[in-house]
Design a protein around this ligand. Structure first.
Ligand SMILES: C[S@@+](CC[C@H](N)C(=O)[O-])C[C@H]1O[C@@H](n2cnc3c(N)ncnc32)[C@H](O)[C@@H]1O
Length: 217
C-alpha cells in the first residue's frame, strides 16, 4: 500500500492523470485509506472543531473525495457544507452520504481555470490530503482564496516532506514552506498561531502530518 501511495499517487504528473487514477480507485479508496493508516479527515476536523467556529458557517470541502471530512463535520453539527472534487467517481460516493453535503461541484483546481463559484462565497475551506504533488499545487491556492470571504478560514493537512519529497523536489528543502511564505508576505494569508504548520504524529503511513490554518484577507 505504502509503495502505491508514495510512488504512484504522490508523484509529479499532470493533474488529469491523477483524476484518472482516482476514478479507477474510487471504489476502494476508503480501503486504501484504512490500509495506509490515513487519519487526515479525523485530525483536520478535530483541529477545526477546536477553533469554535459557529455551526451556521458555509464550508467548502475541496478534494472532498468520498466525503470523509463532510461526514465528520456533519456529525459535529455543521450542516452547510459543499463538496468540490475533480473526480466524478470519487464524488459519487460522497453523494451517497445522504444529506451531508448541500451541493456538489465537479471541477479541477488548476492554474489557468477559474472555478465555477462566485468570489467570497465561503466562510471556511478545508482540504484533506489534496495539497500534494499532482493534486493541488501551492501556486494554485489563489484559485481557492478567491472563494473565501474576507476573514474566512482555510485549513489543510498534508503528508510531511519525508513522504512528499521522495518523488517531488517541490516538497524538498523547505520549497513548499517558502511558497507559502510568499502568501503571508503579500498578506493574502494571515497566520493563526501554532498552525504554520502544526505537526501531528501518526497522521498517515505511520508518519506525521502537517496541519495548517490561516485567515484569508
Ligand atoms: C487523497 S483524496 C482525499 C479525499 C478526502 N479529502 C479525504 O481526506 O478522505 C484526494 C482527492 O482530491 C481530489 N483532487 C486531487 N487533485 C485535485 C484538484 N486539482 N482539483 C480537484 N480535486 C482534486 C481527488 O480526486 C481525490 O478525490
Amino acid at each position: 500500500m505504502e509503495d502505491f501511495v508514495i510512488n504512484k499517487l504522490l508523484t509529479e504528473k499532470p493533474v488529469d492523470e491523477t483524476m484518472k487514477l482516482y476514478s479507477t480507485m474510487a471504489q476502494m479508496f476508503n480501503d486504501v485509506a484504512k490500509g495506509s493508516n490515513y487519519h487526515f479527515p479525523e485530525i483536520l476536523v478535530k483541529e477545526f472543531l477546536s477553533l469554535n467556529i459557529p455551526h451556521n458557517v458555509r464550508i467548502l470541502d475541496v478534494g472532498a473525495g468520498t466525503g470523509n471530512v463532510g461526514k465528520l463535520l456533519h456529525a459535529s453539527g455543521y450542516k452547510n457544507i459543499d463538496a468540490l472534487d475533480g473526480c466524478e467517481e470519487m464524488l459519487s460516493y460522497a453523494k451517497q452520504l445522504n444529506g451531508v453535503y448541500k451541493q456538489f461541484i465537479t471541477a479541477i483546481v488548476k492554474s489557468d481555470t477559474q472555478l465555477p463559484i462566485n468570489d467570497r462565497t465561503y466562510d471556511v475551506v478545508l482540504m484533506s490530503g489534496v495539497t500534494c504533488p499532482s493534486h493541488i499545487d501551492v501556486e494554485n491556492y489563489q484559485q481557492i482564496f478567491r472563494l473565501l470571504k474576507s476573514g474566512g478560514i482555510i485549513g489543510w493537512i498534508k503528508e510531511d516532506d519525508y513522504i512528499l519529497g521522495r518523488n517531488s523536489e517541490r516538497y524538498r528543502d523547505g520549497s513548499y514552506q517558502k511558497s507559502l511564505e510568499k502568501y503571508l508576505k503579500e498578506k493574502k494569508l494571515i497566520e493563526m498561531h501554532g498552525f504554520n504548520p502544526k505537526r501531528i504524529p501518526n497522521a498517515t503511513l505511520g508518519r506525521p502530518g502537517d496541519l495548517y490554518f490561516f485567515e484569508v484577507q
